[in-house]
Design a protein. Structure first.
Length: 309
């Protein structure tokens, strides 16, 4: 069913965004294909979202067709799992743990769909999507293509799907047999860790910026700017954006109804009536300060929708 002028604030975890001229909840591959055909008929563009958890939609909305992947089937055969793109990552984590399969427990604490998690190679608490992916079924120029893991160019929060028009339809995962009770316990522990370190109030898109891969020069500059550079950062050469924002003294900063979380610097929170424009101003502020003080160019992890209509 095609909805008209559907507010994107209802479909994003940020709870921000103007209307999508057309909005389709695709419950099957056929729905997705039909939505694309409809966009062609109307001569407008389309964009695909999953759970809306990593999306910043503009206040003007999107003048085209927004397709939300809502096919949520999960099939488990032995240690192989086939999850449709719209299955929630947390549901995949729980269902596989219940089935005594190990490897996806970490995903219980991430919002959003498995399709979105594959696209952004989501990860947390030591797990990463690419560790379990075997292949990804996509719609490419109207044809179904099976993309093998080694051609998907997975990297830190990166994949070929981010840079192509491929629409992820489903993903095949290979997991390991494990002890069901121990896996369910790990799921509870993962959720508790997330609760302890990340804000659960307000709307947000999870981490706003990618963590930063530092060069020797970056590390030396940071060393001069902060009292103590944690040894794990020098060793991994990856500087957490949340830590940088903390060091910039920006936690708690507010513009309009947007706040840089007091709990975790990489979370930008909608306190209630925030606009996308407020959020982009906070993003600009953080990026400018990080560049001016540390010479570091932060990059957003969030996906923008409707900013170049
Ligand atoms: N830190 C601070 N101040 C802050 C926030 C963090 O000093 O305000 C320090 C922490 O004390 C820690 C370090 O920075 O020493 C790293 O922080 P944390 O362990 O919270 O992890 P992160 O690097 O900020 C990453 C992912 C999260 C994921 C967590 C848990 C990115 C951008 N973020 O965060 O993913 O949940 O690890 O594994 O890679 C997301 O992608 O949306 C996301 C939230």
């Amino acid at each position: 069913m095609i909805k008209e002028n559907e507010s994107l604030s209802k479909h994003t975890n940020f709870r921000i965004g103007g209307p999508a001229r057309w909005f389709v909840e695709a419950r099957s591959e056929t729905d997705a294909r039909e939505a694309i055909a409809f966009a062609k008929e109307q001569s407008v563009s389309y964009c695909v979202i999953g759970g809306g958890s990593n999306v910043l939609a503009s206040d003007e909305g999107f003048f085209g067709v927004v397709i939300q992947m809502a096919m949520r089937g999960v099939r488990i055969e032995g240690t192989t799992v086939v999850a449709e793109a719209g299955a929630m990552s947390a549901a995949v984590a729980r269902q596989t743990a219940e089935a005594g399969l190990q490897g996806m427990e970490w995903a219980v604490s991430i919002p959003g769909t498995i399709g979105g998690a594959v696209r952004g190679n989501a990860g947390c608490f030591g797990g990463e999507m690419k560790d379990s992916v075997v292949s990804v079924r996509v719609l490419r120029d109207g044809k179904i293509v099976e993309v093998a893991k080694d051609t998907a160019q997975f990297g830190y929060r990166e994949s070929s799907f981010k840079r192509s028009n491929d629409i992820i339809l489903s993903v095949t995962l290979a997991l390991e047999p494990g002890d069901r009770e121990a896996l369910l316990k790990k799921i509870d522990e993962t959720l508790a860790k997330r609760k302890a370190s990340q804000p659960l109030y307000g709307g947000s898109a999870g981490c706003m910026f990618k963590n930063y891969d530092a060069t020797d020069e970056d590390l030396q500059r940071l060393q001069r700017e902060v009292d103590v550079l944690p040894s794990e950062m020098s060793a991994s050469r990856r500087v957490p954006a949340g830590w940088l924002i903390d060091k910039l003294g920006l936690k708690g900063t507010r513009i309009g109804d947007v706040e840089i979380s007091r709990e975790h610097g990489n979370f930008i929170v909608n306190l209630g009536k925030a606009t996308a424009s407020d959020v982009t101003q906070v993003i600009a502020l953080v990026k400018t300060k990080a560049r001016d003080r540390f010479g570091i160019q932060l990059q957003e992890e969030v996906q923008y929708v409707g900013f170049n209509n």
